[in-house]
Design a protein around this ligand. Sequence first.
Ligand SMILES: [Zn+2]
Ligand SMILES: [Zn+2]
Length: 391
Amino acid sequence: MPIINRIAAFRDDMTAWRRDIHAHPELAYEERRTADLVAARLESFGIEVHRGLAETGVVGTLRGRGAGTGAIGLRADMDALPMAEANSFDHASRHPGKMHACGHDGHTAMLLGAARYLAETRAFDGTVHFIFQPAEEGSAGALRMIEEGLFERFPCDRVYGLHNWPELPAGVIAVHPGPVMAAADKFTITVEGHGAHAAMPHRGVDPVLVGAHIITAVQSLVSRGTDPMDRAVVSVTWVEAGTTFNVIPAEARLNGTIRTLRPETRARIHEQLTRLAVAVADGFGAVATVDIQPGYPPTVNSRTEAEEAAAIAARVVGDANVIWNPDPTMGAEDFGYMLRERPGCYIWLGHGGDGPGCRLHNPRYDFNDEILSIGASYWATLVETVLPRRD
Ligand SMILES: [Zn+2]
Ligand SMILES: [Zn+2]
C-alpha cells in the first residue's frame, strides 16, 4: 500500500493529537480547545491560520510552488456528541456526557497530518484551504461557515470531505459518483377539526380520523410517486391528539421525517406532502397546515470529481480496495451544504473491525488509529493530483 513514507513517519504524532482530542470532546460551537490545538499545529507547520468563522471554525491556507490560481478546500469536522463514553482506556473522554463517537477526532488529526506533509513538501501548484468546521452533528456548522463567507474569503473551485466508515474494512475506500448521504427533513401536519362529544360525532369534525387518512395517503409519496430506482423515506413517527375517552379533540398533530437522496425528489415530496395533507383534510371539512423544517440537504458528489477521487484512492490503497458506487445511506451529513456550493467529492474511508464497539455513535466506539496514515496519504495525494506542479 503506497502510504506516503513521510506521513507514515509522523503516525505517532497524529495518534497523539487524535487521542488528545478524543480525551477532550467538545460539542457544537464549543470546540475551543480543539480549535486552539488545530490552530497551534497549523501555525507550527508554517500555515496561515484564520479563526472565528462559525465561532470555532479554523481555516488554514497553504500555497504551493508556482503561480497556479487553482484552489481547493479539504474539510474535517471537529465536534463530539452529547453522550457518555463507555470506554476506560487512557484517552477516554474526560468531559462527562460528551464523547467523540463519530471519529471526528480522527478526521481532524488526519487533515492535520496531511497539512504538515503538504507544508513541508509543497509539491503542488495552487492553494489549499484546510477547513476545520464545528458542529457537524445536527447543528449545521458547514452551513454557518458558508453563510459567514467561507467561499468568499477562501475561494475554492472544488471541495472534498471524508468520513470513517466502520462497515468497511480498514484500507478500503468507497466512492459514489452521485448521492452518498440523504437529506433529513422534519415535518409537522396540524389538522384542525371541530371538537365534539364522542357520542355525537356528527356535531364535530374529527381530526383523528382525518389524520389517519393523511397518514395512509402519504404512504403513496414513496410507493407510487418515487421512481423505484431512487430512494426515499416518509415516516410519520409521532402523533398527538386528544386528552380522554369521550371527547373528540379539536386538533391533531402528525410529526415525522422525510429522507431523500436527490434534490428534485426532496422538492417533489415536500410539495406533494403539503398538497395531499391539505386536500385530504379539506375533503373531510377540516383544515391542515403543513410545516416542513428542512434539515441537511443530500450529500451529492459530482461525477468528474468522484471519478478523480476514486483514481487517487486507488493509488493510495490499490485498485482492489476501492469500491465504486455502493449503496448510499439514508443518514445525513452537513458536508452536503458545501457540495451544494461547489463540485467535489466526499468519500467513505474503511475503518475496520466489527462488533458494536466499532459502530458510529456507539458508547464503545474509538477511532482506529491505523487508518490515520491512509486518510492523510489520500488527502496529500489528492492535493498533488488535482493541483499538479507544472515544472
Ligand atoms: Zn455522527
Ligand atoms: Zn460523523
